[in-house]
Design a protein around this ligand. Sequence first.
Ligand SMILES: Cc1cc2nc3c(=O)[nH]c(=O)nc-3n(C[C@H](O)[C@H](O)[C@H](O)COP(=O)(O)O)c2cc1C
Length: 180
Amino acid sequence: MTSEKNLVYETIIGRRSYRGKYTPDKVPRNDLKLILEAGLAAPSGCNKQTTHLIAVDDEELLRKLLSEIDPPVAQTAPAMICVLTKRINAYRDRCFATQDYAAAIENMLLMIHAMGYESCWYEGHITDTDRIGDRIARLLGVPEGYELVCILPVGRAEAAPACPKKLPFEERAWFNGFGV
Ligand SMILES: Cc1cc2nc3c(=O)[nH]c(=O)nc-3n(C[C@H](O)[C@H](O)[C@H](O)COP(=O)(O)O)c2cc1C
């Protein structure tokens, strides 16, 4: 593998969901901007670009948003990216907004990890029946037509992320036929 390929591979394989404490180090604006750019560079169905992003690095606002999250997660994160989607059709009745924001989130998670920060894709937690995402969206002044579907904390990890069990390659991927 060339060193560039190796770097991408190592970043992808090394990324983990981090749910531990963050150090108090601030995330420079420029770093947050690079992460947002990585998200916006993701492919989108018919190039409709349905994903929008808000990075929060204002301490007071961040505390206010994090206090909406119950049970609490990412409480020590020094920054957070909020992922918004616009559920419009790409063509006919086909809406690819979910795929669009999933691609954007993965790009950002990889960028975050590559820059030495950690994060976790918090979607289930904030889009459940208690609609935490809607409350965060209201505090951020998100207009009608956009749904806040995910939050990504960003910061330096205090501890090593846990490594979840993954099924072996042979049980999930094959060449030239199912199960071959
Ligand atoms: C659509 C989606 C929603 C998720 N929502 C949450 C969540 O609400 N809370 C959480 O702790 N992790 C959440 N995760 C992270 C997964 O739990 C995690 O990716 C999985 O356990 C595999 O671990 P890994 O990311 O370290 O490979 C979510 C991941 C995806 C793709």
